[in-house]
Design a protein around this ligand. Structure first.
Ligand code: WTA
Length: 653
């Protein structure tokens, strides 16, 4: 190793000692309401995972045929609930109807133009049966891959569940990706069928999805048929004879009784492409029983789900959050879910709060990128609405800066709603670390503690355990039911990327630190660490210090080469209601210095109108690194949401 600091742990500079215990009224009625209850579950899952998960699986999934071994672990290959037969669509639908809960509302849906629809579990089941029968008629068989490129309509969830019902594998592609990205995913997965819609409503405009799909299909030789939902209703939708079929022509007339196929526990339920932040997208593979159980139980634990809750996850089904916490988790738990099609700022910046009030939402799960946008748009949009129905708030997708956390707590939660900052990944299938809202005193910016079954390990780059209060690479020491089973068609990459840092342990790709109370703090991606004069710093801590200044909305911090210090700190900052000038720049430098020390003081601060983000809202630090160091921007930008943000940053060079 040439770098003397390469084996060192990561320095921790941000001090956050605010503590928010759960409100007593919340705890009184919570599902997990005592520390002892958590400790017992956690210890049982750690010490005797087979007994713990045997009980969980028997109690919380329907089995057509019982499983034998709970786990066969031949690292890095896991088989859970071996030999059992179940079906995720059965667990999400039939199970409720069979238990007399068929008339409960499953989905309350609102389209962007304001049209609405409500589906009970019984109705959802019958729609799923019809769609499954149509898929079969179109030649889809067990094991075939179905690509889904659709707006956030009930039919998107219906199509996912229809695939699950017959053992087809869905691959949902976020309906903002280009034709090229769709074709890449179709080809990588050898998709046989595509499901899409004529168009998509976005901020009052219609995006013509079918035209994009046609372009993709011209380069997707494996796709034989395309099923098209009429959503936006424009006239000139191109339909290719013999290949394209309207949803209403083939689905509506099907029988609504199609029994769920008993599927082996390890049957692939779906693949979901994730780009990471570099390289070719990889199809993360999840399987039926373990994933469904993990999504269901983590949903129940973390969101403290009660029968009368109205739960709203604002994600899109194109991401893992939508898979696990709009579809498979909440539906398996019998929850009533709000599903919204459109943008948060259409027709106005108060759309989310209008929806919370209108549907009396009790649990809201959203992302830091959205929270920071709400802060920027101003409190007046929130103040117009009565948000008193809310009792629990969640965050996912990125670290939440403590100041954004505080705004969420005060402004949206009225200081009475616990916040669950949930850390997890596409690969983990469901939430891994999060407060349990009835018992965990929260600290802004910390995802707090692991859920039962999760055994985090923090090591330095040489693989040695790191002491409390120091940061290092975050790994998972034990397999868990929701873990990925592979990368579609790329076994080598699966082993290299996730299992080779410490053999037998899962490498998350994130850095983290555990504090003296046993709470975890995610410190960003491993590649994002900045090494200033031999001190290794996490980007999120410097960003949080910047965001704690009143003028700053968002900040992204990266390292750039520096002759003297090894790396210098470059910060990209968006501000609200102030003139971005030299004076502010100096003030921000001083502010960071005061908050976390001279070492972390940015060398460059650049003001920008927007930051380049992935389509799921994560800041693309990789691109910013290139911009900061004056390099040509390299690598895959297909997941970049706003290329103009990048172009602007480069203009400012
Ligand atoms: C980041 C999203 C800090 C992290 C479910 C992770 C977070 C990556 C948090 C996975 C959080 C997600 N705090 N960082 N609460 N949640 N991340 O696959 O870097 O889209 O590795 O899954 O997002 O992103 P993915």
């Amino acid at each position: 190793m040439t770098d003397p600091a390469a084996n060192a742990s990561i320095d921790h500079v941000l001090i956050e000692d605010r503590l928010f215990p759960p409100p007593a009224e919340f705890t009184a009625d919570a599902i997990i309401r005592s520390e002892q209850q958590y400790q017992d579950m956690y210890q049982r899952a750690k010490d005797d995972p087979e007994a713990f998960w045997r009980e969980e699986a028997n109690e919380h999934l329907h089995w057509f045929e019982p499983f034998g071994d709970v786990l066969q672990w031949d690292a890095p290959h896991a088989k859970w609930f071996v030999g059992g037969k179940t079906n995720a669509s059965y667990n999400c639908l039939d199970a409720h109807v069979a238990a007399g809960r068929g008339d409960r509302t499953a989905i309350i849906w609102e389209g962007e133009p304001g049209d609405t629809r409500t589906l009970t579990y019984r109705q959802l089941l019958s729609e799923v049966c019809k769609a499954a029968a149509a898929l079969k008629e179109l030649g889809v068989q067990q094991g075939d891959v179905v690509s889904i490129y659709m707006p956030m309509t009930p039919e998107l969830a219906i199509t996912m569940l229809a695939c699950a019902r017959i053992g087809a594998i869905h691959s949902v592609i976020f309906a903002g990706f280009s034709a090229e990205s769709i074709a890449d995913r179709n080809n990588d997965a050898s998709a046989k069928l595509m499901v899409t819609s004529d168009g998509l409503h976005r901020r009052g405009k219609v995006l013509e999805l079918k035209k994009t799909v046609d372009e993709a299909l011209a380069k997707s030789p494996t796709v034989q048929k395309c099923l098209v939902l009429r959503r936006t209703g424009q006239d000139d939708v191109p339909m290719t004879e013999g290949r394209d079929v309207w949803w209403h022509d083939i689905v509506d007339g099907q029988s609504d009784d199609l029994p769920a196929e008993p599927l082996d526990s390890e049957t692939t339920l779906f693949i979901l492409y994730t780009s990471g932040s570099t390289g070719k997208p990889k199809g993360i593979r999840h399987t039926t029983a373990g994933y469904n159980l993990w999504a269901k139980r983590t949903f129940q634990w973390v969101f403290d789900h009660h029968e009368d809750d109205i739960y709203w996850c604002t994600a899109d089904c194109g991401w893992i959050t939508g898979h696990s916490y709009i579809v498979y988790g909440p539906l398996a738990a019998g929850a009533t879910c709000l599903m919204y099609e459109g943008a948060p700022n259409y027709p106005a910046e108060d759309r989310f709060w209008e929806l919370v009030e209108k549907y009396q939402v009790t649990i809201l799960y959203t992302a830091p990128t959205a929270i920071r946008a709400f802060i920027k748009w101003g409190d007046q949009h929130v103040d117009k609405h009565d948000l008193s129905s809310l009792r629990l708030l969640g965050s996912v997708g990125e670290g939440i800066n403590p100041e954004a956390w505080m705004w969420y707590h005060r402004k949206i939660g009225n200081e009475k709603c616990p916040i669950v900052d949930t850390w997890w990944q596409t690969e983990t299938g469901g939430i891994m670390m999060s407060p349990l809202p009835g018992i965990t005193a929260t600290k802004p910016g910390s995802c707090t503690r692991p859920l039962p079954g999760v055994v985090p390990v923090i090591v330095d780059e040489a693989g040695n355990d790191v002491d409390a209060e120091h940061g290092g690479m975050l790994l998972m020491g034990q397999p868990w039911p929701g873990m990925l089973r592979g990368i579609w068609g790329d076994e080598d990459r699966f082993v290299d990327q996730y299992w080779s840092a410490v053999p037998g342990k899962y490498l998350t790709g994130d850095n983290a630190r555990k504090d003296g109370d046993g709470y975890y703090w995610i410190m960003g991606r491993i590649d994002d660490v900045i090494n200033v004069s031999g001190h290794r710093l996490s980007t999120i801590e410097v960003e949080s210090a910047l965001v704690s200044h009143d003028a700053v909305c968002e900040a992204a911090v990266v390292g750039r080469p520096d002759d003297l210090k090894g790396q210098a700190i470059a910060a990209f900052v968006t501000v609200a209601d102030v003139e971005p000038n030299e004076e502010l720049r100096n003030e921000l430098r001083q502010h960071v210095r005061k908050q976390i020390g001279a070492l972390a003081q940015p060398d460059d601060i650049r003001f920008t109108a927007t930051l380049p983000k992935t389509r799921s809202g994560k800041i693309m630090r990789r691109l910013l690194r290139d911009v900061a160091s004056g390099r040509e921007v390299v690598g895959d930008t297909s997941t970049l949401e706003d290329l103009s943000a990048l172009a602007k940053l480069r203009e400012e060079d």
